[in-house]
Design a binder for this molecule. Structure first.
Ligand SMILES: [Zn+2]
Length: 178
């Protein structure tokens, strides 16, 4: 069954979408091993065309750092690898197993990433895990204004299963106490 794609582009590019489905499926399949080694349940990868530039999972718990989300880790690694703070001229693709949270939307915007593809939407992440993804008014529109293309809700069922397993195995749902 094909879930409905969420996007801010007028016309879906089938070739790009099919490639995203393939990469996000790979990331979802790799994610349980990262979780086993103490990572949080989110994985991200940055590609330049067919070339992998960086791949990182969430390391909030192992690093004792609340901003070490997968997106921020993978952007930092790509900028370090390419020796630039501005990835825009490289026209890179960011693939994420779930929709970016409010913090990562800012990080993606400042990074110069041009294309974003994500798996499980935030509402579903919150429902399954109890993580707080923050508030994000019109982020798809705001990204569009800045020339950043977004495709989401890709291979969602597979991603939901990974998150359900994370919760079932009693891993930490880290967030500030209230
Ligand atoms: Zn985040």
């Amino acid at each position: 069954m094909d879930t409905k794609i969420i996007t801010n582009v007028g016309k879906i590019d089938t070739e790009q979408l099919n490639r995203a489905k393939q990469i996000i499926t790979e990331l979802q399949n790799e994610l349980p091993e990262y979780i086993e080694h103490g990572h949080g349940p989110f994985l991200a990868a940055i590609y330049s065309g067919p070339y992998l530039i960086s791949k990182r999972a969430n390391t909030v718990v192992m690093d004792n750092c609340s901003n070490h989300h997968a997106e921020i880790n993978v952007i930092r690694a790509a900028q370090s690898e390419l020796k630039t703070y501005d990835l825009a001229p490289k026209n890179l693709d960011l693939y994420i197993t779930a929709e970016p949270c409010m913090m990562c939307i800012g990080a993606i915007m400042w990074s110069g990433i041009k294309n974003v593809y994500y798996g499980v939407p935030s509402k579903k992440v919150e429902k399954i895990t109890g993580f707080d993804e923050g508030f994000k008014p019109n982020w798809l529109e705001e990204f569009k204004k800045r020339g950043i293309k977004v495709y989401g809700n890709i291979e969602t069922e597979l991603g939901e299963d990974v998150l359900k397993q994370y919760v079932k195995s009693k891993h930490v749902v880290y967030k500030p106490s209230r």
